[in-house]
Design a protein around this ligand. Structure first.
Ligand code: EPU
Length: 342
């Protein structure tokens, strides 16, 4: 039996710790319960909102419809050869715990993605990435429940339409697909990806093991990013903007110290943190919200109660960057719900 609750407080279930009331809330722990919750939402003519670890959401005061909290747990090996394993992780598993588990089992490839907050099911949605690795490179299959048909299906990596912090699950074409589990192809032979400059600098020269990479990524993140368990935040608040080559060259001429990362022959990724930092925002506090003194891309909620304060402050930063560099910053976390309780 599903335990659907009305007017449910989500304050402790989002890492920005914003006050939000869900019209209906239900936590599901199996695919069968997830399907039932989808049917229940249909019966109530309620739109569906999904909640995983709540670490990439900005919740407005009121969330109309049925909030489905994905609590499915379990990790297993679904295929194994001499060289590889395919691991199946249920959507409600904690991402960092899954990274630690895989490394301890001798399944390699996830080390660079350590300490990314949130649940497994949220990983493919924004194609989580850090230190030169994106989850899309490891995805074998993504299992979903289609909230329109009520049926389960699975998607190959190609069908997930992955891009930088983007996937089909964010687009109108795939918004109705609810991730219930993911399968990742990992290597049984130790191998490492250490091309990202900050990671390379933190490691000894010569051959390094996956365990050393894991430890280095954890150490870098702990020193450079505020811990969401003690400081309310959602990781990077803005995406790194991607601009055309001509714009990048103009900006490089005007700002010789600006970090730039070529994406392909025509586009270049800029560093949002660098621009925000250059404009003096690092450590600034306003409206109960601050830009972390540790990292200019992370917004920390000090005392704000509602999303409106976070958005008002972030708009000041967006305008400041647009004014100085002519670059429009896009938010990384998704803003959902309404500002009123009507
Ligand atoms: N920088 C500053 N000031 C700062 C922080 C950074 O000038 O306060 C400069 C750095 O010196 C560096 C550049 O900005 O030249 C890039 O900084 P960093 O290596 O920290 O990476 P990032 O581009 O700011 C991205 C991801 C992070 C991920 C890191 C490491 C996005 C939006 N963010 O940050 O992901 O951990 O790379 O790979 O792509 C997240 O998505 O929540 C997240 C934390």
């Amino acid at each position: 039996m599903l335990d659907v609750q009305a007017n449910f407080q989500l304050g402790s279930l989002n890492t920005l710790r914003l006050e939000c009331v869900a019209e209906y809330y239900v936590c599901v722990s199996s695919v069968e319960e997830l399907k039932e919750a989808v049917l229940e939402a249909k019966r109530r003519r309620a739109e569906i909102n999904l909640l995983g670890g709540g670490s990439n959401l900005i919740l407005n005061r009121y969330l109309p419809g049925m909030t489905i909290h994905l609590g499915l747990s379990g990790r297993s090996v679904s295929e194994e050869s001499n060289d590889h394993v395919v691991v199946c992780l249920q959507a409600g598993e904690d991402w960092h715990d899954a990274v630690l588990w895989a490394n301890a089992e001798g399944y390699f490839g996830l080390e660079n993605l350590a300490l990314i907050p949130g649940s497994v099911g949220a990983g493919p949605v924004q194609n989580i990435g850090a230190y030169g690795v994106e989850i899309s490179e490891l995805i074998e299959r993504v299992h979903v429940v289609d909230s329109q048909s009520g049926k389960n299906e699975s998607l190959s990596a190609d069908e997930c339409g992955f891009g930088y912090r983007n996937s089909v699950f964010k687009s109108p074409k795939g918004k109705h697909l609810i991730i219930s589990a993911i399968e990742l192809r990992l290597s049984k032979h130790p191998h490492v990806t250490i091309s990202y400059p900050a990671l390379k600098d933190a490691l000894p020269t010569g051959s390094v093991s996956p365990a050393q990479v894991l430890a280095a990524v954890i150490a870098i993140r702990q020193s450079k990013l505020p811990d969401p368990t003690s400081e309310a935040n959602v990781g990077s608040f803005f995406k790194n903007p991607i601009v055309d080559r001509v714009t990048a060259e103009r900006l490089q001429g005007e700002h010789p110290g600006m970090p730039q990362y070529p994406v392909d022959a025509n586009t270049v990724k800029l560093s949002a943190a660098w621009m925000i930092d250059q404009l003096g925002w690092r450590g600034v506090e306003d409206l109960g919200v601050s830009i972390s003194p540790k990292h200019a891309l992370v917004m920390v909620n000090k005392t704000a109660r509602y999303a409106s304060e976070v958005i008002e402050f972030s708009n000041k930063i967006t305008s400041s960057v647009a004014g100085a560099y002519g670059v429009v910053l896009e938010r990384e976390p998704e803003l959902i719900g309404t500002d009123t309780s009507v």
